[in-house]
Design a protein around this ligand. Structure first.
Ligand code: SF4
Length: 470
């Protein structure tokens, strides 16, 4: 499994409300797929700053913390470590303090030059306690604010120095300062909250008759949906948006590059299919990729089947385009807990058996098109093919929604060396042999570009091509 990067959210309401905590808590649940190592929430109110974070899932970190915290401004974060190790000290949001200034920052992405910036900041007297690049962004922001007292100008100066991917929300007094890197690598969108939303917690039902107005900025539009909000638009690459007391006080496009570099992997792997990113429905993109693979592959098979759950949308597209029936061949146990994270080899084998079970009647003697989203090391695909073979499948033709991953990602995805990528070492027939499939058909780069509907020059395809924007 590829570790995803992070999910962020910032919420600004027009008035103080006990709902602020629940809004953040539920949106982090919605973004949980983007990071499961740690979670954190920070809220500012008249009494000061509430910040709580910890290792684990949102429900684990906040199990006993859902007490009443009134406020109108807050941010949240779920994390997978892509820079800095997985530890509490690296979990977010980060408190950034310098003399009379106090910020709290949550970041999604990876800053490739963060070590150089950190060294420079340390030489200026800053103490940066974690190994996370996100804390470096926070202190760099403070440094820029010393040069110019204007927040927008400070963000513009920050963008000049930072190299890499970053979608950021900063909590500062009653403001949310949100910005996205000029290449637009990681998603960030804004929505409006103007409907009545009622949550029940253990102790109370509150504000059921009031409409709470405000704005939300989040990694994915599904977070806005959760609060019955309305997606307004994506934050533009290189743009800063500032929210204050539930209204937008600043929208400024600071850096416009000739090309953007939206991560294609958000569409094929990271994001939830019910999200809309940069104007494109992730579900539609995955369906279209499945259709395009089917048109080219033209495989003689009895039915199309997804790898649960990652291959589902691609497989539906394949089935519609090919005319083959869509039939499940594997059932996923959705109740396998976190006990199996970092298992040894023996546990790993057991984990696959507990996680996925074949439907013998569907599989026996059948020629199957098995569809998945991506192949990284090939080990998971090999195990799945093995399960189907043991269940009596006659032929297994693997179709993959992402073209061969041949080069590391330095922008927030955890395949950072060639060794982790089977396609960097083996050709397609060697991969097919290693996995034990009768054939493998990958989506092509052109399929991906066509399906996403963004020009090739404006997408990051570096892990597919080995050509880097930075
Ligand atoms: S290298 Fe691949 S995974 Fe990384 S940002 Fe680019 S497209 Fe996304």
């Amino acid at each position: 499994m590829i570790k995803e990067d992070c999910g962020i959210v910032g919420i600004s309401l027009q008035k103080d409300s006990l709902l602020i905590f629940d809004y953040l808590y539920y949106t982090l649940h919605t973004l949980q797929h983007r990071g499961q190592e740690s979670a954190g929430i920070a809220i500012n109110n008249e009494e000061g700053t509430f910040i709580h974070k910890g290792m684990g899932l949102v429900s684990e970190v906040f199990n006993k913390k859902r007490e009443s915290i009134k406020g109108n401004t807050g941010i949240g974060h779920v994390r997978y470590s892509t820079s800095g190790e997985s530890s509490l000290e690296n979990s977010q949001p980060f408190l950034i303090e310098d003399k009379d200034r106090l910020f709290i920052i949550a970041h999604n992405g990876n800053i490739v030059n963060h070590k150089i910036i950190k060294k420079d900041l340390e030489s200026k007297g800053y103490t940066i306690s974690s190994s996370s690049d996100s804390e470096v962004i926070g202190y760099l922001f403070i440094e820029k604010l010393k040069e110019t007292d204007d927040i927008t100008d400070a963000v513009a100066r920050l963008m000049e120095d930072l190299k890499g991917s970053y979608s950021v929300v900063i909590l500062y007094k009653n403001k949310i300062i949100a910005f996205r890197d000029p290449l637009g690598m990681r998603p960030l969108c804004i929505g409006e909250l103007d409907k009545q939303t009622v949550f029940h917690n253990n102790s109370s039902v509150y504000e059921s008759n009031n409409t709470i107005k405000g704005f939300i900025i989040a990694s994915e539009s599904v977070a806005i949906d959760t609060l019955d909000g309305r997606l307004i638009r994506d934050i533009k690459p290189g743009e800063v948006v500032i929210l204050e007391d539930g209204v937008i006080t600043e929208e400024k496009h600071l850096v416009k590059l000739e090309h953007t570099a939206h991560c294609m992997f958000e569409y094929v792997y990271f994001a939830r299919p019910d999200s809309v990113i940069d104007g494109r429905s992730v579900y539609d993109v995955r369906m279209a990729i499945g259709e395009l693979i089917a048109q080219r592959a033209n495989i003689d098979a009895d039915f199309v089947s997804p790898t649960p759950d990652s291959g589902v949308t691609f497989a539906i597209g394949y089935a519609i385009s090919s005319g083959l029936p869509y039939i499940e061949s594997l059932i996923k146990n959705r109740y396998v807990g976190r006990t199996f994270i970092n298992p040894n080899q023996e546990d790993r084998e057991l984990m696959v058996k507990i996680k996925l079970n074949p439907i013998h009647n569907n599989v026996e003697g059948k020629k199957i098109v098995l569809v998945d989203d991506s192949v990284v090391r090939g080990t998971t695909s090999k195990r799945i093919v093995n399960i189907l073979r043991k269940a009596g499948a006659k032929e297994i033709h693997l179709c993959i929604g992402c073209p061969p991953l041949i080069s590391p990602c330095y922008f927030g995805v955890d395949f950072t060396t060639n060794d982790e990528l089977i396609a960097s070492k083996k050709n397609i027939s060697e991969i097919s042999e290693m996995i034990g499939a009768d054939s493998i058909t990958y989506a092509t780069i052109d399929d991906i570009v066509t399906a996403i509907g963004i020009e090739k020059d404006n997408l990051c395809l570096s892990c597919l091509t080995g050509i880097y924007h930075i």
